[in-house]
Ligand binder design. Structure first.
Ligand SMILES: O=C(O)[C@H](O)[C@@H](O)[C@H](O)[C@H](O)CO
Ligand SMILES: [Zn+2]
Length: 299
């Protein structure tokens, strides 16, 4: 039995922290604060944070093979130069949907940047429904659209053999799977692999571990759940001292630690008193399973 330890490693007070990504080269955790329009990089050795402010809500960040990062900013896929803090637009989506923005995004094992959109929320999980779509940015900067009618496009990851794409549209309260063709980036055969229980609340970001099992952060559920997508069973629940847990990734030495982001927005003054670390970055150790390195965008 492993003994799980949960620690707030950074009290960042994120309005809505999201998209944790481990960067091995710098021993750092990247993440975003969506409404604050910030991309942050926390150095796990020095414990210092660097922040870059962009010109619209930034919902995800990913590594880029050429150096620097890519990020989804408003409805744009952008390249981000960390040194001079500049962004370059690579592609724009949802041009006729003025109230839309990107939400969660992640790079696939072939180097394509997948991200979905949603209507801007008036309050957490309150928004015009079915306005979002799922897209990917190919290495040559062209964009492919997979489907529309999405409520809140959220967590995504790929199976270890790259044959399955896992995806969450939050308001479906389901973790879904598609067959995945790594060569073409095409998806097919959508099905549900897990339906959330009421107290688990809203499925948000997710990641896969070296055993091919999923870890899903539950917004308003204050937890990360460990799922077996093959049996549809929940294997474990890890509760955190904050309610609005938004996403998770593995990182640290050999990807043996889990990092979890969360939100502060949506809490009233009582909630903020009860959860002083809301909006911080949490590190979970002792899970007894490792993760895999993030893929880098190859364009
Ligand atoms: O973090 C995200 O993915 C969204 O941008 C957030 O706004 C919340 O998750 C959402 O409100 C709950 O579903
Ligand atoms: Zn999310």
């Amino acid at each position: 039995m492993s003994s799980i330890k949960i620690e707030c490693v950074l009290r960042e007070n994120c309005h809505c922290g999201e998209s944790p990504v481990w960067e091995e080269a710098s021993n750092s955790l990247l993440f975003v604060d969506i409404p604050a329009k910030k991309v942050c990089r926390w150095d796990s050795l020095s414990k210092q944070v660097q922040r870059v402010t962009v010109d619209a809500p930034v919902s995800s960040v990913a590594l880029r093979q050429l150096g620097g990062y890519v990020a989804t900013v408003g409805t744009k896929f952008c390249a981000l130069n960390w040194e001079d803090q500049s962004t370059v637009v690579l592609a724009t989506v949802d041009k006729e949907k003025k109230n839309n923005r990107f939400n969660d995004g992640k790079v696939d094992p072939a180097g394509r940047y997948f991200a979905g959109t949603m209507a801007e929320e008036t309050a957490p999980a309150v928004l015009e429904r079915r306005q979002g779509s799922l897209y990917s940015l190919f290495p040559d900067h062209h964009v492919e659209k997979y489907f529309d009618q999405v409520d809140i496009s959220n967590g995504l990851d790929w199976s270890l053999d790259h044959k399955i794409f896992y995806y969450i549209d939050s308001l479906s309260y389901s973790v879904d799977a598609f067959d995945y063709d790594l060569q073409t980036g095409k998806i097919s055969n959508r099905r549900s692999v897990y339906k959330l229980e009421k107290e688990e609340q809203i499925p948000d970001g997710m990641c896969i571990d070296v055993e091919g099992k999923l870890w899903v952060a539950c917004y308003n559920g204050g937890r990360v759940i460990h799922l077996d997508p093959e049996t549809g069973k929940r294997l474990q629940t890890v509760k955190l001292p904050v309610g609005k847990t938004t996403s998770c990734c593995f990182g640290g030495k050999d990807y043996s630690e889990m990092y979890v982001t969360c939100a502060r927005d949506g809490l009233d003054s009582k909630g903020l008193l009860q959860q002083p670390e809301a909006g911080g970055i949490f590190k979970i150790t002792g899970l007894g399973v490792k993760g895999i390195p993030p893929y880098a965008y190859t364009g």
